[in-house]
Design a protein. Structure first.
Length: 300
């Protein structure tokens, strides 16, 4: 009973103490070597592939040794049984995952990862090398919304991160033994937005805009609010009873949907009324729409 190392060049398996394979390849320094276990169960020799992690091989060996000492049945490594396709179906059905505000996004991110890596791929076959291969393949594909663009580094990072999160969740729920890509690092992102409108540029934009677009522009320029928060703003979220006025957003209207926000209305912005505006009927939306935003973007 013991741990074996598989040479990545000739696929020959040997002892962990072996430094150089018979083919001349330096095994101990190779990044792509796989670990195996060899043991006897019921009088039959069994070899079990563990993967790239030596620690996982040592943990599995101790588990087998304990089971044999106690006379228990040696259960099979779950990583060698569960496929990525099966794991994704299970993961998207977990209640704590379904309650996430990012659930729809997780469906898309994990779908790309499983599609390229293969839904029939066993968890035990995942490795850092496969993550690198995934990034290379994904970066050459084209985005569905933008057929002329490749996925950004940020998008690929989110997909790898979603895959790692899915595997970590499976470990917590004891669906698999370990996460083979736990140490996969995210690549450096360069998505800093350097272009900001100056006051003079905004004044020109505001002067050229139609009257029904000006509230959208003023709110976007002076208030720390996201696009959806502005476009879906309603009169019952605007508190005109205090000075200054406040915009009070509930948790369901904020990113993450975990905590509400209270935003003071800028009192000195150009075009801001000196007296409270006349609200629309109860529950009616402030006159701003996604079509209005598209027209603003056209002006830019």
């Amino acid at each position: 009973m013991g741990i074996l190392i598989e040479c990545p060049k000739c696929r020959t398996r040997g002892s962990v103490s072996r430094k150089v394979c018979k083919c001349g390849h330096t095994v101990q320094k190779a990044d792509s070597k796989n670990y195996w276990l060899e043991y006897y169960a019921g009088g039959r020799r069994t070899r079990e592939r563990i993967g790239r992690s030596k620690q996982a091989a040592e943990n599995r060996l101790r588990e087998i040794q304990t089971a044999k000492a106690e006379g228990r049945h040696i259960r099979r490594n779950k990583n060698a049984v569960v496929t990525l396709g099966e794991l994704r179906v299970w993961y998207l059905g977990v209640e704590e995952v379904k309650e996430l505000s990012s659930y729809a996004r997780l469906e898309v991110l994990t779908a790309h990862a499983v599609r390229i890596l293969g839904p029939g791929t066993k968890v035990i076959d995942l490795s850092l090398a496969k993550v690198r291969s995934y990034r290379a393949i994904r970066s050459k594909e084209y985005c569905i919304p933008h057929p002329d663009r490749h996925p950004s580094q940020t998008t690929i990072n989110r997909e790898v991160s979603a895959l790692k999160t899915m595997l970590n969740c499976a470990v917590r729920h004891e669906k698999i033994e370990s996460n083979p890509i736990l140490h996969a690092r995210l690549l450096k992102e360069d998505n800093v937005r350097e272009r900001v409108l100056t006051d003079e540029e905004f004044e020109r934009l505001l002067a050229a805009a139609e009257d029904h677009l000006k509230p959208v522009l003023l709110t976007a320029f002076y208030e720390p609010m996201r696009r959806a928060e502005i476009l879906e703003l309603r009169w019952d979220e605007v508190d005109l009873s205090t000075s200054p006025w406040f915009i009070r957003l509930s948790a369901r209207r904020t990113k993450g949907k975990k905590q509400g926000r209270v935003i003071p209305v800028a009192p000195t912005g150009p075009g801001c009324p000196a007296t409270p505006p006349q609200p629309l009927p109860e529950g009616a939306g402030i006159p701003a729409s996604r079509q209005a935003l598209q027209r603003v973007q056209a002006l830019l």
